[in-house]
Design a protein around this ligand. Structure first.
Ligand SMILES: *Cc1c(COP(=O)(O)O)cnc(C)c1O
Length: 301
């Protein structure tokens, strides 16, 4: 039994009716850790357990940290999660609730990661990267396998958000495995646009800093494998402002009953843009990636 769940894929009737398209929500907000990340991290954690690993280490105050904590308790492993000193108590409590051991170190993620890499030197411990690992991509590709069972035909377009590009790379692998000609629209907020800016520059760039509210998309540099996958003519990249992402969170809350993060609301907001790649599609899947790390107070921002 994998650690992730098979999630529902539901037609969004109101949006579909208004646009004359078939718009489906792939509800990965239903995953037990609150986001799609358990697909890849659960898959990797199972392999590691089979190899005799006893503790999983990560530096993440986001959904990757939550997925590691969830996977560890499900597999009876230890989870060690390092947060920078500035991380919120809200996230720390979510991690503690899942039984993780929480460490705090440094002003920045780079410093927290240094401690995580040190902790991972202990015998039978392994550092889990949040998005840049083939096991993660293989796990994430299960999402496309489910779509193949759930949909009457291959979608014309899949919408997803991009941080470091792990989800994107996994979806591209899944599409290739099914030989689907589906186009993929990658979404980022203005302050997290590492893929979009790299595509504009024609080379992988590193953002000087991450800005705005979509913290789950805050990778300064896209993974090499995701960058390569993004060179396909099947792939589009667009950017929206934070206000749109927050608007999307509210829409999703009222449409699905799930509170998600701006990293996910962004995908909802993209559905109503007048971009040609959206207008040209008839069957559309929006990956509702979820996310549990936004305190509800931020909704009124
Ligand atoms: C991690 C995450 C993303 C981005 O995934 P990447 O694999 O880093 O591109 C998007 N949405 C949510 C909710 C996430 O947790």
């Amino acid at each position: 039994m994998p650690l992730h769940q098979k999630t529902a894929c539901r037609k969004q009737w109101g949006l579909s009716q208004r646009s004359g398209q078939n718009i489906y929500y792939k509800l990965d907000c239903q995953q037990p850790s609150g986001s799609f990340k358990i697909r890849g991290i659960g898959h990797y954690a199972e392999q590691l357990k089979a190899q005799g690993v006893l503790s999983l280490v990560i530096a993440s105050g986001g959904n990757a940290g939550l997925a590691v904590a969830y996977a560890a308790q499900a597999l009876q492993l230890k989870a060690k999660v390092v947060l920078p000193l500035s991380s919120s108590l809200f996230v720390e409590q979510l991690l503690l609730d899942l039984g993780a051991k929480v460490y705090r170190s440094g002003e920045s993620w780079a410093e927290a990661q240094t401690l995580a890499l040190e902790l991972a030197q202990a015998p039978q411990a392994t550092y889990i990267p949040p998005f840049d690992h083939p096991m993660l991509w293989e796990g994430h590709s299960s999402l496309v396998e489910e779509l193949a069972e759930q949909l009457p035909q291959a979608p014309d377009l899949i919408l997803l958000s991009v941080g470091g590009g792990g989800l994107f790379k996994g979806v591209m692998q899944g599409l290739a495995a099914h030989d689907w000609p589906t186009k993929v629209l990658c979404l980022e907020t203005e302050g997290t646009a590492s893929l979009h800016q790299s595509l504009a520059a024609g080379r992988q760039i590193e953002l000087a800093k991450i800005e705005g509210i979509a913290s789950s998309l805050g990778a300064k540099k896209i993974a090499q494998a995701a960058w390569e996958a993004a060179q396909s003519p099947q792939v589009y990249s667009r950017v929206l402002p934070d206000e749109q992402a927050l608007w999307g969170v509210k829409q999703l809350l009222s449409e699905t009953g799930h509170l998600t993060e701006p990293a996910c609301g962004l995908v909802r907001a993209a559905l109503v843009q007048d971009w040609p790649e959206i207008q040209a599609a008839k069957h559309i899947v929006a990956i509702i990636c979820g996310g549990r790390t936004m305190p509800i107070e931020q909704l009124s921002l």
